[in-house]
Design a protein around this ligand. Sequence first.
Ligand code: ASP
Ligand code: MG
Length: 278
Amino acid sequence: MIKVFKFGGASVKDACAVRNMSDILMAYESDNLIVVVSAMGKTTNALEKILRLSRDNSADASVVFEQLVNYHKTITDELFKGEQNTAAPELAKLWRELWDKFQLTHLSYDEQYDQTVSYGELISTTIISHYFQKIGMKHHHADARKLIITNHRFRSADPDWETTSGKVNTLFEQTSEKILLTQGFIGGTSDKRTTTLGREGSDFTSAILAWCLNASEVVIWKDVPGLLNADPKRFPAALKISQISYSEAIELAYYGATVIHPKTIKPLENKNIPLKVQ
Ligand code: ASP
Ligand code: MG
C-alpha cells in the first residue's frame, strides 16, 4: 500500500517534533510511504518578511535572515547533539544560495518569491534527511522541483498532471527504499525554474502525489486534533469533525478555515482516495 503522509510546519517546528515524526514513520514499516514535509515552524512567514525587506533595500533583511539561520541551527544542534552534523555543509550551501537569491530584486515579486521562499522546504528536508540517516531510517530524498512539473504561474502554480505523473511513477519504480521524502509546496517548470503552489501548498503536493501513485490514503499529521471546522487559533471553540464529505471539505477550505489548501480535495475525490487528518 502506498500512503502519503504530510507533516506541516508545526509538525517539524523543533527537534522534538522531528523525532516524533520519525517515531510515527517507524510504526508504518510495512507500507510504502511518501513523506511530504513543509518548512519548519513559521519559516515561510520569515522568508516572506526577508523578501519584503530585501526589496525595500532594508538592512533589517540580514537581521531577520540571521535569526532564521539561528532558529534552524538550534534544531540541528539538538538533533545531532554530541555527533557530527552531517547536514552542515549542504545547509551552508543552501543558506548562501538563498541569500544571493534575495538580492535578485530585478525579478518580478512573484518570481523572486518562488526562487527564495521555496528554500524553507529545501532546508527542512535536508535537515530531516540527514537526521533520518543518523538514526538509520532508510529513505530516498527526492527534489520536488524535478517531480512536480508546473506551469509558470509563480506563487500559485498548477501541475502538468501527465508530466508530473510520469516523473513521479518513474522515480517510484526506480526507488527501492520504502520511504520517499520530499518537499511540499514547491515545484519546477520544464525549463527548471522553481515555482510554489500557494500558501499551505504542501497539502496540494500530497494530493498531487497521491493522485499520481493511486495511493490508498493521504494523512495530514496535525498539531491539532482531527479536522476542525475553523482555524482553532482564531476560533478556540472549533469543533472536531470526524467524517466529512469531499464537497464539504472543499467548502471549508474555500471559506477560510485554514485547515486544507483548497486545491487538495479535487484530485483525491477524482480517484476516491480518502483524506485523513490526525
Ligand atoms: N510552508 C508553506 C506555508 O507555510 C507551505 C505549507 O506549509 O503547506 O504556507
Ligand atoms: Mg503550514
